[in-house]
Design a protein around this ligand. Structure first.
Ligand code: CNA
Length: 243
């Protein structure tokens, strides 16, 4: 299985990697759907745009406790391996559902963020941008941050029921249609439209590999399923590339 994966990467001339929250659990960031994931502690509606507007103070209390600490997390071996693969030309681009910015921190250059980034905030009225340090300071003083214009400050992430940024979707579609290999890492592949990109790639003739420690919504479609812990898998494969 390790050798099969290495061969696929070596044969590919356009490999796209799609990542989900599972690549960041080894950095101490909980995912959604693992037994100890966020959904075991918080209701799913916490990421719903209607909930944000109806209970901004509750959302910001969750943001302070769970989302803002993501910015202080450090990349793990999986992020580092992907950055190394890109530098060596084995990986063209990383498309991520994650909002933690850890791929860029590890050195990946070409990253498409489908769901935004938790380090950016903006006013929902005038669009003024704010950084996370400003928001942290505001949250020391009040429950909900507001812009000078009076608008509500929101994180620059995609909530459930919102559309994805069109530039990111365009880039993800273009890469999915161009690749000959798509590797999905650490995603349950049940959140759409992110999960539609492997389907698009596969329909267009690419090979599909899924690496995840549990079942995913697209296992039936893939050419190779590797049901393993990502750190364990990537460290073995990295050694094979270096030997
Ligand atoms: P998910 O539905 O929680 O799936 C994650 C998958 O990864 C699960 O199937 C786990 O079993 C698997 N997994 C967890 N740890 C490992 C590991 N070490 N090795 C192998 N597999 C592992 O999350 P998805 O990414 O599929 O769902 C998309 C949501 C989650 C997106 O909207 C994200 O924005 C959102 N999210 C992002 C973060 C982050 O930025 N780090 C954290 C939590 C949620």
């Amino acid at each position: 299985m390790y050798q099969e994966f290495v061969d696929l990467l070596r044969q590919s001339s356009y490999c796209v990697v799609l990542t989900g929250a599972g690549v960041s659990t080894p950095s101490g960031i909980p995912d959604f759907r693992s037994p100890t994931g966020l959904y075991s502690k918080y209701p799913q509606e916490i990421f719903d745009i209607d909930y944000f507007y109806s209970s901004p103070a509750s959302f910001y209390s969750f943001c302070k406790e769970v989302l803002l600490p993501m910015i202080d997390a450090q990349p793990n071996l999986v992020h580092e391996f992907l950055a190394w693969l890109e530098e060596r030309g084995y990986v063209k681009v990383v498309i991520t559902q994650n909002i933690d910015g850890l791929h860029q921190k590890a050195g990946s250059k070409d990253v498409v963020e489908l769901h935004g980034n938790i380090s950016r905030f903006k006013c929902d009225k005038c669009g003024k941008l704010y950084d996370h340090n400003w928001v942290r300071r505001e949250l020391e003083k009040k429950a909900v941050p507001h812009c000078l214009c009076g608008g509500l400050i929101r994180p620059d992430i995609v909530f459930f029921k919102e559309s994805l940024p069109w530039e990111a979707v365009n880039m993800a579609e273009m890469h999915s249609l161009s690749c000959d290999l798509m590797v999905v890492m650490g995603s349950s592949l049940v959140v759409y439209p992110a999960a539609s990109f492997p389907i698009l790639a596969k329909k267009n003739g690419a090979k599909l590999v899924i690496i995840n420690n549990s079942e995913t919504g697209l296992d039936f479609l893939c050419d190779l399923k590797i049901e393993k812990d990502l750190v364990e898998f990537c460290s073995q494969v990295w050694k094979m590339f270096q030997s």
